[in-house]
Design a protein around this ligand. Structure first.
Ligand code: BG6
Length: 482
């Protein structure tokens, strides 16, 4: 049932930071899977580029080990064939070394893409040298990773730098949440069915909850994370993208600018958030494990590892329907879902003793991707009309059967989209800037007030105050569970 694999055009893909963590954990294992599925044509070449002076063979060995460790089950012969396609060039991002060598490896007449899997401080230097040494032209593509800036000013500066060398149509800003199968399914569910869209507004929807809960801590990434916090690391990008897909108007077409125009309108319609409507948290140590402050090696840290908030979208569709968002590390379960909670029926013909019941559409993003619609039915058996809620449950794994295993992960899909030249699932520059414009005042407010996050237990659902955020509105978060 999974769609046919259509090979992409021949390409040269250069990965700057090719020996780094992201390349080894995600990008190259992902490319291997696409190779295995037959999507990568014979003429595709992947070139790692980094500062280290290692040769081609050492790079191939490194990537073989990375795929073995992070790539899941694999056929060793296919892996040998795949790593045989890999090449490596030592390049000095800030100097002249290696650029002519790299240029010598690139071929004419194939798609040329440059993946900047490096810190944003190198984006400008790389872009300038790609043009200066004649490696990139107006058809080449550049792929950049988050964090795309630290605030509005730095994101703008990055956009200016990149656009000095490339057109917006050449720049692919990755938010890997947009590459997730179920995230794209949000659009299919909304715009491929007649059932939901007529009800998808403030008249019928009481509220929407978006939860991205993680069990992992920040261990190993403390240096970066302590400067970012959950707001910059997750809300400004991943949760914002989910919110946009849930709340946007139907785009006229499933095309890059149609979709991104609609997402941008949602971000621009967000009200500023009052600080009473936000709860920040930080996980504490327990008997067996260190807490956040030990993980980031900063005993006075006031950075949040959890955030929950209530948002309002000021437009005709959503005025009056709150959106509750929460995300955090070290929570009870790794569970991400969106719940659309519909309003009560206007009048119960069954009387008060039957109770009030609400329909809830839950879209599970990970794990156990799928959708559940809570519907109200009569409790079977005699004894009058008593109502109960039952789930209409659809797990995508059940629906797709064994094919579900072939569903590409976010990175593989997005890289293939770069080669195809399809920007629909990438963030446009103005979208990123609008998200920062909304985020900045919230973070500035915390700094100005000297806000200290509320402690929460590892393995919990976050701080008590986050529960109160909904309780005071007479609502309740859904349980965080797999
Ligand atoms: C990254 C964040 O962008 O997304 C991490 O920097 C986070 O902190 C990760 O853990 C979550 O991604 P996923 O795909 O595991 O939900």
């Amino acid at each position: 049932m999974v769609s046919r694999v259509i090979p992409v055009d021949p390409f040269d893909l250069v990965i700057f930071g090719g020996t780094g963590d992201l390349a080894r954990r995600k990008i190259l294992p992902g490319l291997f899977r696409r190779f295995n599925s037959g999507q990568m044509p014979e003429e595709a070449r992947i070139i790692g580029a980094a500062r280290s002076d290692m040769g081609r063979e050492a790079f191939q060995d490194m990537i073989r080990r990375a795929v073995e460790e992070f790539g899941g089950p694999h056929d060793p012969e296919a892996l040998t064939e795949f790593v045989g396609r890999l090449d490596y060039v030592a390049v000095d991002a800030m100097g002249d070394g290696g650029w002519e060598d790299l240029k010598g490896k690139l071929r004419a007449g194939v798609v040329r893409a440059f993946y900047f899997s490096v810190g944003p401080s190198l984006f400008g230097a790389l872009a300038e040298r790609l043009r200066g040494f004649g490696l990139a032209d107006d058809d080449s593509r550049v792929v950049v990773e988050k964090p795309f800036g630290h605030d509005l000013a730095s994101a703008r500066a990055l956009n200016v730098t990149l656009r000095e060398h490339f057109h917006e149509e050449q720049i692919y800003r990755i938010d890997h949440y947009l590459g997730k199968e179920t995230v794209q399914n949000l659009m299919a569910v909304r715009f491929g069915n007649m059932l939901f869209e007529p009800l998808w507004n403030a008249q019928y929807v009481d509220h929407i909850q978006i939860t991205v809960a993680e069990t992992v801590d920040v261990g190993g990434r403390g240096g970066y994370y302590d400067k970012a916090g959950a707001m910059r690391d997750m809300v400004q990008n991943h949760l914002m993208q989910l919110l946009c897909l849930i709340a946007m108007e139907p785009p006229a077409r499933f095309e890059p600018d149609s979709v991104r125009d609609e997402k941008l309108k949602v971000i621009r319609a967000l009200d500023p958030v009052d600080y009473h409507q936000i709860v920040r948290g930080q996980y504490e140590a327990d008997d067996s494990q260190p807490g956040y402050r030990a993980h980031v090696d900063n005993q006075r840290s006031t950075t949040e590892s959890f955030v929950a908030m209530k948002l309002a979208i000021s437009n005709w569709r959503w005025a009056g329907t709150p959106f509750y968002l929460r995300t955090g590390k070290k929570l009870r379960a790794r569970a991400s879902e969106i719940a659309v909670v519909f309003k009560d029926a206007p009048h119960s013909i069954f009387g008060p003793e039957a109770g009030t019941h609400r329909n809830v559409l839950t879209i599970r993003l990970q794990p156990n991707e799928g959708m559940t619609l809570g519907v109200t039915i009569k409790e079977p058996g005699p004894g009058g009309m008593r109502l109960i809620d039952v789930p209409l449950d659809m797990s995508f794994a059940d629906a797709l059967g064994p094919d579900a295993e072939d569903v590409p992960d976010a990175y593989e899909r997005l890289i293939m989209d770069v080669i195809r030249g399809n920007q629909t699932l990438f963030m446009r520059g103005d979208e990123v800037e609008a998200a920062w414009a909304w985020t900045d005042p919230i973070i500035e407010g915390w700094t100005a007030r000297g806000d200290v996050p509320k402690p929460y237990d590892a393995g919990s659902s976050g701080p008590e105050d986050a529960l109160m955020l909904m309780h005071k509105d007479g609502r309740k978060w859904r349980d965080i569970r797999v």
